[in-house]
Design a binder for this molecule. Structure first.
Ligand code: ADP
Ligand code: ASP
Ligand code: MG
Length: 407
């Protein structure tokens, strides 16, 4: 008998028939003699719909009330999934994040998990029940409902698997696993049999929606090996685990596209020690994560700072910057425009050279202009025009031969 955590995403529980499909799959796992904890997301579209309603009433809704609102989506699906299991004779019980003792810090809409007691989950499992846990939610020490950031049901699944010391953690979704690029965008993308935490983290942080980046970070920290696989077939998925030596033989494992970035230019800053420190400290305190950074020296001892932020953070960034540099704010201090980021990721970059050249050459051949570049040990990203981004992703994928991998 094994303890298995299965997470089903929004599309997988998107309507009544899909919830029946999930219940059937859970029943098969349960009937095989396993203990099963099922983590579910809200039905696909529900979280976005709720955000839309909130913003129609108030463009900057209170974050505590947002969490109160958004957790409704998962609360619907835990109850429906439990009912669907009851209908096919499987004893099941639903639990909210609070009931499962998923304690977080008080940062509404992006809370971090601080501890997990599990509530009575172990007792329920021991009593032969399947436990259905609401993804994406927790509670703070102040007793408030919190959420774990978009895509946070992945984190709920990994975290509960770690807390319960599960034997298996399966992230069941609407694709067969982690591919060399988003298969909806790049038709010849190939499914990977395995990928390291580090690569998965870089892909997730660079826009590959298949896993939430914080979930991968948590898995790496607590060494939770997990599998990304389909909710709709039984094909083997992708195992995400600690790096093994052979992984370095592959130079580039995947290409990611993030279309939700904004490029910000803060101009006419004083060119003296401490300016960059102040600017990025201000952005950091506002909870804004900055990615690519370029500083240009202008004339008259002034500097321009260009960087990227998630598009949803533009207004908070503008407020933080203009409030902190009031003297400079008279001019055209702050300009924001949309930008897309294409990234290539691979642990093999540590030991192979020429990756940047191949990437830039592929973009040059496609007449794609590069606006920004950033690199890390296992990733190279370029900021480009969003209009060209999808084609550029396909060009880059082809340039690294990723469509040619054995199927
Ligand atoms: P869920 O609702 O199950 O959490 P998501 O929509 O969050 O599913 O993530 C799955 C989607 O991620 C896929 O439908 C696919 O379009 C997208 N995706 C982006 N990059 C990749 C990739 N490298 N491999 C697989 N899927 C990817
Ligand atoms: N429902 C939440 C979201 O859409 C969490 C999740 O689906 O993982 O972001
Ligand atoms: Mg998801």
């Amino acid at each position: 008998m094994a303890l298995i955590v299965q997470k089903y995403g929004g599309t997988s529980v998107g309507d009544v028939d899909r919830i029946k499909n999930v219940a059937q799959r859970v029943k098969e796992t349960y009937d095989a003699g396993n203990q099963v904890v099922v983590v579910v997301s809200a039905r696909s579209g529900v979280t976005n719909e709720l955000i839309g309603r909130a913003k129609a009433l108030n463009p900057q809704p209170d974050e505590r009330e947002m969490d109160m609102l958004l957790t409704v989506g998962e609360q619907e699906t835990i109850a429906l999934t439990a009912m669907a299991l009851h209908a096919i004779g499987v004893p099941a019980v639903s639990r909210t994040g609070t009931q499962a003792g998923i304690l977080t810090d008080p940062s509404h809409t992006r809370a971090r998990i601080t501890s997990i007691s599990g509530g009575d989950i172990q007792q329920q499992l021991a009593a032969g029940k399947v436990v259905i846990l609401a993804g994406f939610q927790g509670y703070s020490a102040e007793g408030q409902i919190t959420t774990l950031g978009r895509g946070g049901s992945d984190l709920s699944a990994i975290a509960i698997a770690a807390a319960l010391k599960a034997d298996l953690c399966q992230i069941c979704t609407d694709v067969d696993g982690v591919y060399t690029a988003d298969p909806r965008l790049v038709p010849d993308a190939k499914k990977l049999d395995e990928i390291s935490y580090e690569e998965m983290l870089e892909l997730a942080s660079s826009g590959s929606k298949v896993m939430q980046n914080r979930a991968v970070e948590f898995a790496q920290k607590f060494n939770v090996v997990f599998e990304v696989r389909s909710s709709f077939n039984n094909n083997p998925g992708t195992i995400v685990k600690e790096e093994v030596a052979s992984m370095e033989d592959v130079v580039v494992s995947g290409v990611a596209l993030d279309k939700n970035q904004a490029k910000i230019v803060v101009s006419d800053l004083p060119d003296r020690p401490g300016t960059a420190a102040k600017l990025f400290q201000v952005l950091g305190s506002a909870g804004i994560s900055v990615d690519m950074i370029v500083q240009n020296l202008g004339r008259d001892g002034k500097a321009n700072m260009t960087f990227t932020v998630p598009r949803e953070d533009i207004y908070r960034a503008e407020k933080a910057v203009t409030e902190s540099f009031p003297d400079e704010a008279a001019g055209k201090l702050f300009e924001a425009s949309d930008i897309a980021k294409v990234s290539v990721v691979g642990v093999g970059m540590r030991s192979h050279s020429g990756v940047a050249a191949t990437l830039f050459e592929a973009l040059a051949k496609g007449s794609v202009n590069i606006q920004l570049i950033s690199t890390s040990e296992i990733k190279i990203s370029v900021g480009i025009d969003p209009e060209e981004a999808e084609e550029a992703t396909r060009l880059v994928h082809a340039a690294f031969g990723l469509g040619q991998l054995p199927a």
